[in-house]
Design a protein. Structure first.
Length: 113
């Protein structure tokens, strides 16, 4: 048995058959497969523009001047994540997102979203 086969057997403990409508975490692929695809579709349909300000879509957002482009390129100055995000209810998370403050006064860029 090769080392690669051993690693695969350790990582895949139980096979689960995928079924239509099943939800599962695709981790970082969400950004590439889901977000990028949908953003490009919306741009193609002329429903959004990269220069649109978030305030056009989220009226209560604390920083309505931030653009879609800035969110996609991590240059908005907003934090990448929240502490204990998985312990928050949907309503608590929405409130936290709407009221979030900049993590730094200068904009920072994290290459590759």
């Amino acid at each position: 048995m090769s080392n690669i086969t051993l690693v695969i057997k350790v990582l895949i403990k139980k096979k689960t058959e995928l079924k239509p409508g099943m939800l599962y975490d695709i981790a970082s692929l969400t950004k590439v497969v889901g977000t990028t695809t949908r953003i490009l579709q919306l741009i193609d349909e002329h429903k959004i523009h990269l220069t649109d300000k978030i305030g056009m879509y989220i009226s209560d957002f604390r920083h309505p001047e931030i653009t879609i482009y800035q969110l996609l390129t991590h240059t908005s100055g907003l934090p990448a994540d929240f502490d204990n995000v998985h312990s928050l209810t949907k309503e608590q998370l929405i409130t936290k997102i709407i009221n979030v403050d900049f993590f730094a006064r200068q904009r920072q860029c994290i290459l590759g979203f």
